[in-house]
Structures are given as structure tokens and as C-alpha cells.
Design a protein around this ligand. Structure first.
Ligand code: SAH
Length: 363
């Protein structure tokens, strides 16, 4: 019998739920399993202080939701992209970026995305479904298991900047955040939720107890352009978004980041900088400038680096702080906005089929 999508995986369970399942076992068993999985970040099979029969029983009852299909590396092994298949065959990706004293995991919250930002590879493919808590949490546990054991306990940053819109799957995202924070011991300041500007999510986050970081993917500071490149702007226009962000800042007292993909001739002129500065300054927001990553369905190019530097200094001259982000993993399509797992594989399948057809014709 194979597990269906609806059957929970071990990472779907809260500590209390696992406790109920282990009812009848000595009370320290729950600690052993839970701490092994989340504090020590080891796979169930490696928790040798737990009897093998019990590990097997748990593994059979609550099998993993994710299966590793492919791991790719770039930047001399410092950037790794993991492609996972879900039980229903959908694919999601996770990116691990290793730095000297920390590891950043860029995780997915949905299979595909419904937000349809024109320049984003995931948006170009469309939406499949929300991920469950377990599917989100397993991405983190699964990728960390590829980090040398000595480094697993090191500082980990988690950013919801993979596939999907986290605020379109708020409950599962938040349950995962609580697991990262409460059970894995990852500080709220090391967790970043990135949204295209889904206002109800921002309102809920403002009322949440944990002060995680909020990043907003702005990319345009006038409605005409933003309607075009981030169509959710037609539902949540810039002015309403600014109001929600101001409320968020008042209640959380946390600095907001605004993400801005630098697109040649589209949003990288001096007047774009002036508009962005006028938007960011009252919010005291920090701006991250990311050179556009070329994607198959979007004809534009990244701004030249000189223009990005100039744009950053324009912002500074208007009193707004900006950081130019260096892209990691471009060569393996692991950079921001390049994740499009479903299409990737179907193209490969199609490619094989086409090659096969050609080979047959030639024969
Ligand atoms: N839906 C969320 C999180 C996923 S996208 C959001 O919109 O924030 C993560 C980040 O990558 C966002 O800032 C997004 O705007 C950016 N991004 C998407 N496509 C990109 C591209 N082609 N080049 C550069 N950044 C891109």
C-alpha cells in the first residue's frame, strides 16, 4: 500500500500528536524521537537510541512526503538545488546556500504559483497546489541532511523565497515557522517570509507572536507598471499595500525589506528610483536590488551592473538604504525566480520523446 497525499508524514505531526501516537511507550521516547529529528536534525533511521522496530513502525505509518529526485551544485558546491517529488508527482525545489558561518535555505511554500508575476519562472508555469506543513518542514530537514553533520547545528536562515506565495498558504507556512522556531531552535530573526504583497497575510503576520522578517517583492512603485509585472497589484494596489505595511511596522517595530528585480529599461531609470524612494522612505524600508534572472517566458534582460550601482546611489541620495544582491546558483537555475520544477521535467521528458522520435525517423 502506498501513502496518498492526504496521509500525514512524520513532519506533519506536532509534538503532541506524535506523543499520542507513542502512547504506551516510555515517556522519554517522545523526547528521543523529537529531539533527534528537530534538535539534532538527523533522519529517523539514524536515531539509534530508539529501538529499530519502533523506528520502522513510525516510518511505515508516517512515510516521508518528499522524495529526492535530483541534487545539483554550483558556486563550487556552495549552492545546491534539490528537486523533490511529492506523493502525487508534483515537483518542488529547495535551494541551499552555504556561507562561511551560516547556511541559508530558500524553501517553497506551494507547488507552482498563482501570482503570475511576468518575470518569474514559477509564475510562468502556474499553480498546482499548496504544500502541507510536512512538505515544507521536510524540505528543511532533507536539505540539512546534506550538510556535513558538524555544520548542521550551525546558524541556519530560512527564507520563503522558493516556489509559491507563502501568504496564499498561510496556515501551513505558519505551522512550519513554529516548528522551525520552537522545535529546531531557529530564531525568528533568521526566518524571512517573502510576499508579492498579499495584504491579508501581512495583516495576519502583524498580529502573530513571532517577529519573523517580512520581505515584499515590489519591483514597481507605480500601479500602471506593477499591474503589468505583478498582476496581484490589481487586487492589492500600492496605496493599500503601503497602508498595511505601515500598520505592520507600527505593531511589530521591525524593518521591512522591499525586493526589486532590476530589469533593463523597465524599472531601472532615475524616475523609477525616485518613485521607489518615495514609497520606501515613509516605511523606513530597506531595498534589496537583485539583477533580473533571465527566465524562458520573459523577454527582458537584467540591468547592466553600472546601472544597478547608479540606481542604488540614486536611492541613497533620496534617503533610502539599498543593498545590491549577488545572485547565487544562476548556472543551475537556482537563483531567485528561476525555480520552475514542473516545466523543467516535462521539457526534459518532451526533449527525450522528441529526440526518440527523431532517432526513429533517422532509422
Ligand atoms: N511569492 C513570494 C516568494 C517567492 S519569489 C514573493 O513574491 O516574494 C522570491 C523572490 O524572487 C521574490 O522577490 C521575487 O520577486 C523574486 N524573483 C522572481 N523572479 C525573479 C527573476 N526572474 N529575477 C529576479 N528575481 C526574481
Amino acid at each position: 500500500m502506498t501513502a496518498s497525499v492526504a496521509d500525514p508524514s512524520l513532519a506533519d505531526l506536532t509534538r503532541a500528536e506524535l506523543g499520542e501516537l507513542l502512547d504506551g511507550e516510555p515517556s522519554y521516547r517522545l523526547d528521543q524521537v523529537w529531539d533527534g529529528l528537530y534538535r539534532q536534525r538527523r533522519p529517523l533511521a539514524e536515531l539509534t537510541n530508539v529501538p529499530k522496530g519502533l523506528r520502522q513502525a513510525i516510518g511505515e505509518l508516517l512515510p516521508p512526503a518528499l522524495k529526492l529526485v535530483r541534487a545539483q551544485t554550483a558556486d563550487r558546491g556552495k549552492t545546491r538545488k534539490y528537486l523533490w517529488s511529492l506523493r502525487d508527482g508534483h515537483l518542488v525545489e529547495t535551494v541551499l546556500m552555504g556561507y562561511r558561518n551560516r547556511t541559508t535555505l530558500c524553501i517553497s511554500s506551494q507547488a507552482g504559483c498563482a501570482m503570475a508575476c511576468s518575470f518569474c519562472a514559477t509564475g510562468q508555469v502556474g499553480f498546482d497546489r499548496n504544500l502541507s506543513v510536512g512538505e515544507i518542514v521536510e524540505q528543511v530537514l532533507g536539505t540539512l541532511q546534506h550538510v556535513p553533520p558538524a555544520a548542521r547545528g550551525g546558524a541556519v536562515n530560512i527564507v520563503f523565497m522558493g516556489m509559491g506565495e507563502p501568504f496564499a498558504n498561510y496556515d501551513a507556512v505558519w505551522a512550519a515557522v513554529e516548528r522551525f522556531h520552537g522545535d529546531m531552535g531557529i530564531g525568528a530573526r533568521h526566518i524571512t517570509v517573502s510576499t508579492v504583497g498579499v495584504i491579508p497575510g501581512i495583516v495576519r503576520l502583524a498580529a502573530a507572536a513571532l517577529p519573523v522578517n517580512l520581505a515584499v517583492s515590489l519591483h514597481a512603485a507605480n500601479d500602471r507598471l506593477r499591474d503589468r509585472i505583478a498582476p496581484i497589484n490589481r487586487t492589492y494596489p500600492l496605496r493599500d499595500l503601503a497602508r498595511a505595511l505601515a500598520d505592520y511596522r507600527r505593531s511589530k517595530r521591525r524593518r521591512i525589506s522591499l525586493e526589486w528585480a532590476m530589469i533593463d529599461g523597465v524599472n531601472d531609470r532615475d524616475r523609477d528610483a525616485a518613485e521607489l524612494a518615495a514609497y520606501a522612505r515613509p516605511l523606513a524600508a530597506h531595498v534589496n536590488l537583485i539583477p533580473l534572472n533571465p527566465t524562458p517566458g520573459y523577454g527582458h534582460s537584467p540591468s547592466p551592473s553600472g546601472r544597478i550601482e547608479h540606481f542604488a546611489s540614486e536611492l541613497e541620495s533620496h534617503g533610502v538604504k539599498a543593498t545590491v544582491r549577488v545572485n547565487r546558483g544562476t548556472s543551475i537555475d537556482a537563483a531567485c525566480g528561476q525555480l520552475r520544477a514542473d516545466k523543467l521535467v516535462s521539457i526534459q521528458r518532451g526533449g527525450r520523446a522528441r529526440r526518440g522520435a527523431r532517432a526513429q525517423q533517422e532509422r
